[in-house]
Design a protein around this ligand. Sequence first.
Ligand code: FPP
Length: 249
Amino acid sequence: MDVQVESGEGNMPKHIAIVMDGNGRWAQAKHLPRTAGHHAGAKAVRRTVEYCAQQGIEVLSLFAFSSENWRRPKEEVDLLMRLFITTLKQEVKRLNENKIRLRFIGDRSAFSQPLQDKIKESEQLTCKNTGMTLIIAANYGGRWDICQAAEKIIQQAVANNDSNFKVTEQLLEGCLETAGMADPDLFIRTGGEKRISNFMLWQMAYTEFFNSAVLWPDFNEDYLSEAIFDYQNRQRRFGRTGEQVDSKQ
Ligand code: FPP
């Protein structure tokens, strides 16, 4: 395993993963429909992407729609799907100009054909960019990700007629949707709930959690820098003792 030992100011997280929770409550508090909360949430996405890119964050992962979110009322799901398409249409050119590479993770086959086409087109347009990677998790679930990785391994073994194959962490990691990406260093959840909600379960084994009571549409640069500052003052031990980490053993 690649053991990193880092702590202290100046140590920026390379990969930030966010569960953007609280759109509905934000809208309800303002006596607006939940959909207004998602529109305001999209604005917070724009702010967050800009700020992270400016700060030199290498990977930003946003949980936009979980495998379980299909259980929401149909009008809300439909609105979210429309919002994804319109946001992509509006933002991809600017993301590309800012050298941001866009990647989607999750089972996109459940989306409408126009949305699938737009996702593919935006990934193709930005795939050679060398700036921040923006990962949008859509129809994604951590358990699903591990299952689809296991399926790939089994299919490969069957194709190679290999009954003695060994499942290593490295092999499984290479089959996850995030293959090739560093694991998140910092996980932020807004909206006050203290749950992982089936986000990158495998990838977050050693991720530092930051919980914010702020509702996602209100999340801004100040809250984000507070989370980063908090992260910079943690000691990441990866199984070692604090003394070992202090003496850089
Ligand atoms: C959770 O808040 C939010 C979502 C399920 C949707 C996230 C979508 C956006 C932020 C909009 C646009 C995103 C992109 C990437 C264009 P909630 O509705 O569960 O809030 P609640 O807990 O207050 O009900």
